[in-house]
Write a protein that binds this ligand. Structure first.
Ligand code: AMP
Length: 281
């Protein structure tokens, strides 16, 4: 696996690959690699000739009170895992190179970026869309692979790609979970023992919602109430939101119908965890 740190070098390597007729599959990450990230590498490997993974802890997607400084990092381990999984190029740009002191341009997907996670994390999605737009321009990937774990991110990025005519196909990988159902996340490292045990209730509440719908329940309020009650039995849980929305505009639904997203954000100690399930009736 080749490591590239300079932006102009990465652009040149991408251009050369294209000239050779090779397709590029891209997996952007913030590192502290786990099986969720690696499953996206598998998808890129299957769908493109060359897989590029980036590691960039993007300061612009952290709000001022969040964990940018102490976000978990382990470069050597990340590189080893990515290499072992068949990633060909590791792009690891510098913050100052990505955002020069004159940097002024932002990409913002209106409305969608304000909802769900955007209520608490007001500038988060603007940071995500800005950095992903930059990375797309640097790498010019044929496909870019993102995880369903960040369901709102996927919806926003698809909107950006369509609105701004990026010539890239977005591919979505399923949520990879621990044995007890907890969605894998770099932030799970923050969980203390009891919090870790209790955190699996998020997935259990989503499964309960799915079962209720399967059994015929169509009232969104009743489903959210049951989920809230389940999660609240855990002492270390502090619910941020439980929302049931349609998947185009992320508007709340009262009645379960068509394709809906059930999304949860919940604090366990200092870790803010998110998870979701898509149901298609
Ligand atoms: P991150 O490093 O957290 O920014 O995540 C990088 C990519 O990995 C994003 O597309 C995430 O949605 C995806 N991802 C993170 N956790 C998981 C997971 N448990 N399963 C599948 N994809 C994931």
């Amino acid at each position: 696996m080749r490591t590239i740190t300079h932006i102009d070098r990465m652009q040149k390597v991408s251009d050369d690959l294209k000239k050779e007729g090779k397709t590029i599959g891209f997996v952007p990450t913030m590192g502290f690699i786990h099986e969720g990230h690696l499953s996206l590498i598998d998808i890129a490997n299957k769908n493109a000739d060359v897989t590029v993974a980036s590691l960039f802890v993007n300061p612009k997607q952290f709000t001022p009170t969040e964990d940018y400084r102490c976000y978990p990092r382990n470069l050597a381990r990340d590189k080893k895992l990515l290499k072992k999984r068949g990633c060909s190029i590791f792009f690891y740009p510098d913050v100052d190179a990505m955002y020069s002191k004159y940097f002024k341009t932002e990409v913002y997907v209106r409305n969608l970026s304000k909802l769900l996670c955007g209520v608490r994390r007001k500038t988060h999605f603007k940071g995500v869309t800005t950095v992903v737009a930059k990375l797309f321009n640097i790498l010019k990937p044929d496909i870019a692979v993102f995880g369903q774990k960040d369901a709102q991110q996927v919806i926003i990025l698809k909107r950006m790609v369509e609105d701004l005519n990026f010539d890239v196909k977005i591919v979505i990988g399923p949520i990879i979970r621990e044995d007890d159902g907890l969605a894998m996340s770099s932030r799970n490292i923050y969980l203390k023992k009891k919090e870790r045990e209790e955190a699996s209730v998020i997935f259990k509440s989503l499964k309960e919602a799915e079962k209720m719908i399967h059994d015929g329940e169509r009232n969104a309020s009743r489903i959210k109430k049951r989920m809230r009650r389940m999660i609240s039995t855990k002492k270390s849980a502090a619910i941020d939101y439980i929302r049931i929305v349609e998947t185009k505009e992320l508007r709340s639904v009262n009645e379960i119908n068509g394709e809906i997203l059930i999304a949860v954000a919940c604090f366990f100690g200092k870790a803010r965890l998110i998870d979701n399930i898509i149901i298609n009736l």
